[in-house]
Design a protein around this ligand. Sequence first.
Ligand code: NAD
Length: 299
Amino acid sequence: MGVRFEGQVVVITGSGAGLGRSYALEFASRGAAVVVNDPGSAVDGSDGEPAVADQVVELIRSLGGKAVASYESVVTEAGADAIVETAVNEFGRLDALVNNAGILRDRALHNMTTDEWQGVVDVHLGGAFHMTRAALKIMRPQGYGRVVYATSNAGLFGNFGQSNYAAAKAGLLGLSRVLAIEGERYGIASNVVAPVARTRMTEDVLGEFVQRLGPESVVPMVVFLASKECDRTGRVYSAAGGRYSEVITGLTTGWVASTAAPGPEDIAANLPSIEDNQGYLLPRSVFDELAQIKAALAL
Ligand code: NAD
């Protein structure tokens, strides 16, 4: 049978172009009814090509699939509510949400304007918040949901000129992990993907490496995480040109001070033990981490 979506409804933000478009086509080919959301922005979020959502919908329908266009921006609460309402009004339910919409306004931190900062945070982090809260109104009562967020290597590892983008993308990890914990009792799983793929957003960055890195290598990870087959939650996965990895947030086992209040000199002297990453710990929640601290301190 494979991973199928018959009877399921998937909303994908920013799916008129790039990775989102590839996700939309794959979900539809696997039986999902898809809401293709995209206002058709340029890479920097300014006005672009409003017809992109319609074009993806037409293509899906011409291939025998089910899709409807939505042109709202994820930036406002009203926009996000309208995107979710489109799913419910057209197809009667909502099973999976892929938070994919994104823009870039790169500049070195010392020169970044408040508008450049806020605009990028509003789309990636604010948009994902508005969309998730709107989706929860449907997913919690129905006792099922899959939410996928798009982070970035810039947010995980840092990248010159992308303080706004990296901060927003790193913020999504926290948002997703909290949703994973809060959503568990309602059958809602939440995971994050860090894609690397050739799109208009990255074609100038990836250089000659680009040819191997088409969106198609990211698609299967996103489709799996949005499916009922996905039994993972609170995870972060990298999908890059055919290499798939879990991105882990861990702690070294650390150095345990002999007093509760060591001095900065003790920290400096013990950095090699503090940083020794043999036998690292992988807490999956704040409670996990507190339990690990208690164990280290033998409390
Ligand atoms: P893209 O520019 O091709 O697609 C992004 C889409 O989001 C566009 O169609 C755009 O119109 C839409 N969008 C912008 N603002 C929106 C808004 N307010 N509401 C709804 N839609 C909006 O870029 P892409 O490379 O396909 O990126 C998709 C996602 O993946 C983004 O979140 C991006 O940050 C992330 N990502 C991509 C890569 C990569 O290698 N391509 C790497 C890391 C992260």
